[in-house]
Design a protein around this ligand. Sequence first.
Ligand SMILES: Cc1cc2nc3c(=O)[nH]c(=O)nc-3n(C[C@H](O)[C@H](O)[C@H](O)COP(=O)(O)OP(=O)(O)OC[C@H]3O[C@@H](n4cnc5c(N)ncnc54)[C@H](O)[C@@H]3O)c2cc1C
Ligand code: SF4
Length: 340
Amino acid sequence: MSRKKIENQLTTSHKYFAYINKNLNEIKDSSSGGAFLSIVKIIFSLHENVVVYGCEMKYKPNIHAEITKSYKYQDCLKFSGSKYIAGDIKNVFKYIDEDVNNGMYIVISGLPCQLSAIRNYLKIKKYNEDRFFFIDLICHGTGNVDFFENFVSLLSKKYNSEIIQYKFRDKNQGWKGYPSYVKFINGKELKNTLILRNFPILYLNGYIIRKSCFSCQFSNLNRVGDITLGDCWGIEASEGKIDTKYGVSLIISNSEKSEQVLSFISQYGYIKEIAKETVISNQQNLVNGHKPPKEYDQFWNLYKNKGIKKVLKKYGSMNVRQFVRFYLKKFAIKFHLYKI
Ligand SMILES: Cc1cc2nc3c(=O)[nH]c(=O)nc-3n(C[C@H](O)[C@H](O)[C@H](O)COP(=O)(O)OP(=O)(O)OC[C@H]3O[C@@H](n4cnc5c(N)ncnc54)[C@H](O)[C@@H]3O)c2cc1C
Ligand code: SF4
């Protein structure tokens, strides 16, 4: 897609907010401060015939992420929590045709590249955007799906059971550090164990991110959403008294539609306008994105030639340095020397 085409659909003015949802169940299920669920709740109260599109984890016929839809607020809980792999968008265009024909108010949440593709589709179909509301995310890139499938099958083999729940960030173990959680059909649960640490370590260090994400056109302040959501990293430094235990969302307001929605949000949580500088200095993925790790190609060569176990041992949590770090941190948490 050409740069010109993308610029045509972008919004320009911004306001920045830190947000903490006051509903404990909602914030615990979300990846940062639970802004997404509050925003959706407000939109359901402002409009009739609302439908929300979001990314859901599916477990049948195989584990994957997919963009699905929901006509009720309660059903939107399935979208909360980040899935750090690309969600399949193949059904979205069909959904849009149906929902436009039925006169729905359509809220679409997703990654900037997905929303850009969707907004191009709306243009081609000449659909009026007045009855659409877009929520995009700050994006570090998506994890390689083939790698994720192999990782999950390794877990299933090791524990001799199918996975029925996979959370990429489990708030019960803190907001920072991306602790994961897995539940198997036989009832076994894994909570941020050494083997689970592999995925966040390889994702955050960039090894398993798709190559195209390193030249992302959306790592800047030209946003495709009416609202952009992210983690409000660095908020403790500017708002010393804020309780970050269950996470803080960064909300960027990019349009008049979003200002209207945000004018109601204080009834659902704590909101504070923050300076652009605070945001920019803590969000590389809003400024110029990130580069692949030095050994990116070596990682993939090893994976293709020797398989997943070898790369986990060399680059993941089975690596000696990560192994020592993992147990030192566990020790520090146990003796209250480290706050999760
Ligand atoms: C792949 C990915 C990379 C991210 N990178 C960053 C980053 O670098 N910096 C940062 O500050 N924040 C990043 N985020 C956003 C962050 O993780 C939170 O999603 C965001 O702060 C919103 O949190 P919340 O608590 O308001 O709602 P949550 O409940 O956590 O978010 C739910 C929303 O995320 C959407 N979503 C979840 N997974 C996907 C997916 N795979 N594809 C499309 N939509 C999805 C849901 O549809 C829903 O709209 C990323 C999210 C994803 C999915
Ligand atoms: S980094 Fe860019 S290209 Fe990659 S998933 Fe995120 S928005 Fe899309």
